[in-house]
Design a protein around this ligand. Structure first.
Ligand SMILES: [Mg+2]
Length: 256
């Protein structure tokens, strides 16, 4: 197939594709190793906002994945780069474990709101404080608009619903810096030195991984692991769909 012969890079969503609940999914380690053997450029993407980029990389390495820090792209990492570039001081509505990601930014009167999956911190008082900053003109920077994530077999609220709540209250539009933002995918491709149609995005979130990647010209594959729900493939009829990363790699390499 033509689409396969021109493939140079594979962008792998982490949670639900490589791992679930901190464990490697069946066949994922071997699948990644097989892609690496074929000299495909690999990048590891996540909107996960409960861990720093460095910790995401360490956790993958601890599971046995051969990954370097420069190959890991997280939404919080994209927000940190944005804040630094625009010299903004953030009001951080984020998980406490993510705080080191922003530790080297200047502190002072906040002039930007950063919203991530802050878990228990997403309470009335914190959201209310963020709301007032937005009314004062602070931009709303969001890790993503994922509706939910899957943990221990159950779906849980992600940051997206809270982003929408603040947008609605303050009459603003969030600047999304993780998936599904096209800029996020473009930043990864630029760093990897490949064109959009030379890359394949693999994800378990049909909207934020698959449709979003295809919207900016990437090939995409939905895997039926992680948060996948029956019928998700109907939302992206043009995308490839495989039971797992292992199945995708098997099919990809058979045609190379
Ligand atoms: Mg995922």
């Amino acid at each position: 197939m033509e689409e396969v012969t021109m493939l140079k890079a594979v962008l792998l969503d982490i949670s639900g594709v490589l791992t679930e609940d901190g464990e490697a999914l069946p066949g994922a380690l071997e699948a990644v190793a097989r892609l690496q053997e074929r000299d495909l450029t690999l990048r590891f993407l996540t909107n996960t906002s409960r861990r720093t980029s460095a910790k995401v990389c360490e956790d993958l390495q601890a599971l046995g994945f051969d990954v370097a820090p420069a190959q890991v792209f997280t939404a919080p990492g994209a927000i940190r780069r944005y804040l630094a570039r625009h010299r903004l001081c953030p009001y951080l509505l984020i998980h406490e474990r993510l705080e080191p990601e922003f530790a080297d930014l200047p502190s002072g009167q906040p002039d930007a709101v950063v919203l991530g999956d802050a878990e228990q911190r997403l309470d009335y008082a914190h959201l209310d404080e963020a709301f007032r900053l937005l009314l004062d003109g602070a931009p709303l920077l969001a890790v993503g608009t994922n509706r939910y994530f899957r943990q221990a077999g159950t779906l849980h609220l992600d940051a997206g619903p809270f982003v929408r709540a603040l947008e609605y209250a303050a009459g603003v539009e969030a600047h999304v810096l993780g998936k599904p933002a096209g800029d996020f995918f473009h930043a990864v491709l630029e760093e990897a030195g490949v064109a959009p149609d030379e890359a394949l995005m693999v994800g378990d979130d049909v909207e934020c991984d698959v449709v979003a990647a295809m919207d900016v010209g990437l090939q995409a594959c939905l895997v039926r692991s992680g948060k996948y729900c029956a019928g998700d493939e109907d939302k992206a009829p043009e995308a490839r769909c495989e039971a797992s990363l292992a199945d995708l790699v098997e099919a990809l390499l058979a045609t190379r």
